[in-house]
Design a protein. Structure first.
Length: 431
């Protein structure tokens, strides 16, 4: 090689170095910018497509989803760039090529994909890809995605310089991409948290029941959600015939879905309770409404009763709910049996109602299953026996103080252990 050729080669080498530094500088600038994930990916692909003179480029990121959702490809194409003069559709790696990259986690350079012996046993001819350069995005030894370049223009081959440059870009880009993705996830989480806080405020208003004053009776209730929003419900309703309706219910599931169903159940119950002549008829109608408006896995256990303060008769339906306890003033204890299935399970479920009398000094305790199932740090459950014992110690107090004392007793048992179910208590006491 003469001096002239050496000078030309040195100029080409310097030109490549300048172009490489330009790409790396643009990516480095993105690190310190406020660009979001899509903008950063777009910049990376745009620079690679232009610098390496290819028909198309794409970035694929590994999806952080469940196995079932990843039965197709675990990689999702985030950004794709196509040359403006291209008349073909987007090129894609099929599942076999994707699996090869995930297994090997090293650059793939091929200038004749169809005849490449590494892929002789897999279908690639229908991909219409002549040449391919794919480089993994690796962060802390973990692959987070791929940068793919398809078909050099003019039939030119990919070379070692192309692989080296794309590997440098991938190395510089991996942290930037992950930071941007984490920032996007954080923003999503913040929006979800804001929505949950709004839902919690709405639910709290729904549970801030204006308990009507009932001559000769005192009623108190409280609910503690295991999450931001819960699926437990309590309500006290003044009925048209001067009776008082009261209810404790527990909707299946957790979180936002349960909270929405809880609100629907409350409005449905209130609407039908005001019109129904019999308690059993009311719950039968609520059941049909719930069955027709929810999916099969959605239901609610429910205890609903109507109190006549003149005769002191209480008529109730227990739809698959925990059996409430009736603490008599003479020290005896009765349980109110189940009279039907949870509402929403079956279309035409028959419900029977039962009636008992409230004597002076009697107290009725209604609760959700989150109370006996509350756990301490050793996974021991609070259990109903402990609830009954705690109630007997405060039975002489007004209902508001009874509810507070019971929740204090539960907190003393559970300590700081997070609970997995909502907890609701209601006490109805005759003076």
């Amino acid at each position: 090689m003469n001096d002239h050729d050496r000078l030309l080669e040195e100029n080409r080498r310097l030109q490549r170095a300048v172009e490489e530094l330009s790409i790396i500088n643009d990516i480095t600038t993105a690190i310190n910018s406020t660009m979001d994930l899509d903008q950063i990916l777009d910049l990376i692909v745009q620079k690679c497509v232009g610098r390496m003179d290819v028909e198309q480029g794409a970035v694929q990121l590994l999806q952080k989803t469940s196995e079932d959702e990843n039965k197709g490809s675990p990689l999702k194409t985030m950004i794709r760039k196509v040359d403006v003069l291209s008349t073909v559709g987007p090129y894609r790696l099929n599942a076999h090529l994707t699996d090869w990259m995930i297994r090997n986690q090293k650059p793939l350079l091929t200038n004749d994909l169809v005849t490449d012996q590494r892929f002789s046993d897999i279908p690639v001819s229908d991909l219409n890809i002549r040449s391919l350069l794919s480089v993994p995005l690796v962060l802390n030894g973990r692959m987070i995605g791929l940068i793919n370049l398809f078909n050099k223009k003019g039939g030119e081959p990919f070379g070692p310089d192309d692989e080296r440059l794309l590997s440098i870009v991938a190395s510089q880009s991996a942290q930037v991409i992950e930071n941007a993705r984490l920032a996007r996830e954080e923003k999503k989480l913040m929006r979800v948290q804001e929505e949950l806080q709004t839902a919690r405020r709405i639910q709290n208003r729904l549970l801030q029941v204006d308990i009507p004053k009932v001559p000769g009776y005192s009623i108190s209730a409280s609910s503690v959600s295991a999450r931001e929003v819960g699926g437990d419900l309590y309500d006290v309703i003044r009925l048209n015939n001067d009776h008082i309706g009261f209810c404790v219910a527990d909707v299946s599931g957790k979180g936002m879905a349960a909270a929405i169903l809880m609100a629907c159940l409350q409005s449905t119950l209130r609407g039908h309770a005001a019109m129904a002549e019999r308690v059993a008829d009311c719950i039968s109608t609520v059941n049909r409404s719930m069955f027709n408006s929810t999916t099969p896995e959605k239901y609610a256990t429910l205890f609903y009763a109507s109190l006549d303060p003149k005769t002191h008769q209480v008529t109730y339906v227990n739809g698959g709910h925990n059996r409430p306890y009736l603490f008599r003033a003479d020290g005896s204890l009765e349980t109110l049996e189940t009279t039907g299935a949870a509402v929403g399970c079956f279309d035409h479920m028959p419900y029977a109602d039962r009636t008992f009398s409230m004597n002076a000094g009697d107290a009725l305790l209604v609760f959700s299953d989150g109370i006996p199932e509350a756990q301490d740090s050793r996974d021991n459950e609070y259990e109903e026996e402990r609830l009954v014992t705690a109630f007997r110690k405060v039975q002489h107090l007004p209902p508001t103080m009874i509810v507070d004392a019971l929740f204090s007793n539960i907190r003393a048992f559970t300590g700081d252990t997070p609970q997995f179910d909502d907890m609701t208590l209601m006490v109805v006491k005759r003076d």
